[in-house]
Write a protein of this length. Structure first.
Length: 276
């Protein structure tokens, strides 16, 4: 079975504007802490002497491509992570950065798939070293207050790019419509994606812009945003979730997690609690 999986990080920011003096208070900077930078928006909420603005940031990552179905790559995934930016995660990020530095990965964007499979920059790392790095990211994500949504489309049902584009678009639109009240509760929605695939970039632009008028799009670099790295983590974990159901873990995946039961119990179960 082949699926398209969309994981999305949503980040809500509240910016406080002091009415009497026309001043803007920014209790914490966001751009340097892996969170989306602050933006103004039109809809205001009155609370005491302040006007509160609501912004939703959506971090998106994908796994797979729009090419033909292949038995070794049966899924296409896109993850969407949702985070309430009213919750300050500065300290979480400081601790995480310090942990990465101690492991020898300062200013490093973790890519979960290659990390598990011992590929790319992790090809010379022992499994114990890779597990320490994975657990650092996993525990960072587990402690954060965020939600995510996943879309899954079977690539085996997509004989061409047109069909796949249609299925991905419909799946995304279904997710947005089924949570319409949630999306409409925000004054502005900021979509963060690295534009890694032009097909997905067009789909995101088309679907979000068609359904909502309060959406902006920003290009990001994974190394600059910790929440984008969590989107990558969710992509990989949801892909492994599908593989676990068919007992189709690769040898490297079995070596990393020991067995499917431990994968579900020790990791997947905790992340699933954050599903929207």
């Amino acid at each position: 079975m082949t699926f398209l999986h969309i994981s999305l990080i949503i980040n809500i920011e509240y910016k406080s504007t002091v009415v009497d003096f026309g001043l803007v208070e920014r209790p914490w900077s966001t751009e340097r802490r892996g969170i989306s930078p602050p933006f103004s928006y039109s809809k205001l909420l009155q609370k005491d002497d302040c006007m509160l603005e609501k912004i939703l940031s959506v971090f998106i990552d994908e796994s797979g491509d729009f090419g033909p179905y292949e038995i070794h790559a049966p899924y296409y995934l896109v993850s969407m992570i949702l985070h309430n930016q009213n919750i300050d995660i500065t300290e979480n990020i400081k601790v995480f950065d310090a942990h990465l530095s101690n492991l020898g990965y300062q200013h490093h964007a973790i890519h979960t798939g290659p990390l598990i499979r011992r590929e790319s920059v992790y090809s010379n790392d022992l499994v114990e070293e890779r597990k320490r790095l994975f657990n650092a990211l996993f525990n960072f994500a587990r402690r954060l207050d965020f939600q995510y949504s996943c879309i899954k489309v079977k690539k085996s049902e997509c004989p061409d790019v047109i069909t796949m584009t249609s299925k991905v678009s419909k799946a995304l639109a279904d997710v947005l419509r089924s949570n319409e009240d949630f999306w409409n509760s925000f004054d502005k929605v900021i979509i963060y994606y690295d534009n890694g695939q032009i097909e997905l970039t067009k789909i995101l632009t088309s679907v979000f812009s068609t359904l909502y008028t309060h959406v902006e799009f920003r290009k990001v670099k994974p190394v600059d945003y910790k929440l984008f790295q969590i989107a990558d983590l969710i992509c990989t974990m949801e892909l492994l979730s599908e593989k676990a159901e068919t007992n189709s873990f690769s040898r490297s995946e079995m070596e990393f997690f020991d067995n499917i039961r431990d994968f579900k119990k020790n990791y997947l179960k905790h992340l699933k609690k954050k599903s929207l």
